[in-house]
Design a protein around this ligand. Sequence first.
Ligand SMILES: Nc1nc2c(ncn2[C@@H]2O[C@H](COP(=O)(O)OP(=O)(O)OP(=O)(O)O)[C@@H](O)[C@H]2O)c(=O)[nH]1
Ligand SMILES: [Mg+2]
Ligand SMILES: [Zn+2]
Length: 360
Amino acid sequence: MNHYDDEEAFHAQDRKQFRKERKLAQKSDRSKFKKTDTPQTPQEILTTEHKGRVISISGEGSVVDVGGRRYLCSLKGFLKKDKGLTKNLIAVGDWVYINPASEKEGAIVQVLERTSTLSRTDISGKKEQLIAVNIDLAIISVSVVEPPLKPSLVDRYLIAAEKGNLHPIIVINKIDLLPEASFQEQELYAQFLSSYEPLGYPILSISTKEKVGIESLRQLLQGKTAVFSGQSGVGKSSLLNACFGLTLKIGGLTQKTAKGAHTTTMAELLSLPGGGYCVDTPGIRSFSLWKLKKEDVIAHFHEFTSLKKKCKFPDCSHIEEPECAVLAALEKNKIALLRYQSYRVLLEEATSGLEKTTWS
Ligand SMILES: Nc1nc2c(ncn2[C@@H]2O[C@H](COP(=O)(O)OP(=O)(O)OP(=O)(O)O)[C@@H](O)[C@H]2O)c(=O)[nH]1
Ligand SMILES: [Mg+2]
Ligand SMILES: [Zn+2]
């Protein structure tokens, strides 16, 4: 079974609706979708009053905010020519130029260069799927239990953030559940902190339920643009509601598996009171890094860097080679076991092309 199936099944209904809406939209205005459209002259395009930002994307089109006024926009056909290996040409957070057709509708005629991108591999495994773009902070959202903490998922996000030019912040939610959690879950949380904090990654332990750590998160987000991403049910929407008094829809967890209910179904850029923006995103069931290379993995585990020189073989992969300095450090607890386990999983993925990315 394809590892995306679960997550996709949740949204199958949405996709059906998406296709239906797109078909209707195309029918009602064929001109907006013609691949033969020709670009306008730069003078026609570059009028600042038509510059806007993509807030959300649905089957009907992209909602673009132009100075507080919202337009539902289609995409000019000529922009589709360069599709290549990208699943979505437009992403939430994109700065675009639009050509208004009425007070409420228009067409995107130009997409501005992106300063950052958070992306993963799409369902087909062949294309890059942009989650959000032009974002300062990647809020890597996890929970201690329900769903359980997944260190290798955090490492995936850390690599994605680094590759996409975003600052990562790890947010561990639901710490109120720790006292009642199993010994293994408590140990994993403690081990996670002792493994990742020394590496310099900002980590916030939070309970939206008991209002712990909310103020620290709010301060980090102030004036910035952040994307909240992570598994369904970790509490991304709850975190945003708690920080900014928003009223985003919150879901339950399936009783049997304690998995999220995929409550948020569409990424949306939200303007925050006091300045800044946030993108709440639908929960992921898997996260496969786009074009993950062995070098990306090696560079990410920078605590191995100084040790590598001491390995017997210069091309040592630190798996089973003799006289490996990384393995020796691991034995002496000088390298965190959680990080080494992540390294093995990610290296395997990068070298074999096989993706082990499902969290269920
Ligand atoms: N115990 C506890 N439960 C929490 C906390 N934060 C959120 N929850 C619960 O976790 C469940 C999921 O919360 P959501 O905010 O909908 O999670 P999400 O990450 O947005 O999920 P998706 O939109 O499906 O991706 C809800 O039942 C929340 O009440 C917390 O700090 N402690
Ligand atoms: Mg949500
Ligand atoms: Zn080695």
